[in-house]
Design a protein. Structure first.
Length: 286
């Protein structure tokens, strides 16, 4: 449906073929008989292959002339680089921030332990120092050190005001950075163009594997030139770059990334093997 809505009649055959290929990826019928995890070949027209700096080529595909267009509210609405892991997403976002114009603004969180949830006679408070808590990087949580610039796209990590479209996953663009607030405008969803102010919130991770209950007071946002594949669920994008420095690791993840795009021409993939060399094969888990 995403591929065919608004499709020109002359492009319908290409869109239909791509849709069928996506269906095969989603159902796991590519790559022959398998046990739920197969290695598939990606068509050459979807790949970034011959390049001295393939990651830069992927970035240029998704964000062409970014320094000339970042003031256009529509520019970031339908573009994203997707990767399976947060650490890869962070690397790409950090790379963007180095050449993005403007002065960096740094916000540090206040981290503590909710002692009401800490149980067990063997718990040692000294082992969970502020430095240890500050170093924790958790899925769905802002980092201790949040670095942003005016004009940078960010993603909201919590539901704040659903009536005004400020939900978990909403993409925003920074307008102003104050000491205790960040002014943003909405660039995705139903309230595009709406401007509002964000303040720090006290956030607690949902990861039950942690032996403590962390309380982090920080702005509930993350820079989102790149985002994880899981965070992109439900979005329709015109330009998508998929960076597989590491293969996907869970059911339907590859299909989810590939099916965000509205046309075959709007997607490029960069796949690296274990030796960090460009390849045309990747894992598909279903």
């Amino acid at each position: 449906m995403r591929l065919t809505v608004g499709c020109n009649p002359s492009d319908f055959e290409v869109a239909s073929q791509f849709a069928n290929w996506l269906l095969e990826v989603g159902e796991g019928t590519l790559g022959g008989d398998n046990d739920g995890n197969s290695v598939i070949e990606i068509p050459n027209d979807l790949l970034i292959c011959d390049s001295a700096d393939p990651l830069s080529e992927l970035i240029d595909f998704v964000y062409p002339a970014v320094l000339d267009n970042f003031n256009d509210i529509s520019y970031f609405q339908e573009r994203a680089i997707l990767a399976p892991l947060n650490e890869v997403v962070q690397d790409i976002n950090d790379r963007f921030l180095t050449f993005f114009p403007g002065e960096e603004v740094e916000y540090l969180s206040s981290d503590s332990i909710d002692n009401s949830e800490t149980v067990g006679p063997g718990f040692d408070q000294a082992l969970h120092s502020p430095d240890f808590l500050n170093g924790l990087k958790l899925s769905g949580m802002p980092n201790h050190k949040l670095v942003v610039k005016v004009g940078v796209p960010v993603m909201l990590l919590r539901n704040i005001d659903q009536k005004n479209g400020l939900c978990n996953g909403t993409r925003l663009q920074i307008i102003q950075c104050g000491r205790r607030f960040i002014e943003v405008k909405v660039i995705s969803g139903t309230n595009i163009g709406h401007r509002t102010y964000l303040t720090r919130s006290t956030l607690t991770p949902t990861d039950k594997k942690l032996p403590i209950k962390l309380k982090r007071r920080q702005f509930p946002i993350a820079v989102c030139f790149a985002m994880t594949i899981n965070k992109s669920q439900g979005q329709s994008l015109a330009r998508v770059g998929i960076y597989l420095r590491h293969p996907v690791f869970t059911h339907g993840q590859l299909y989810g990334a590939l099916s965000r795009v509205k046309s075959r021409a709007g997607i490029k993939m960069l796949i690296l093997d274990k030796e960090c060399k460009v390849t045309n094969q990747t894992s598909n888990v279903f």
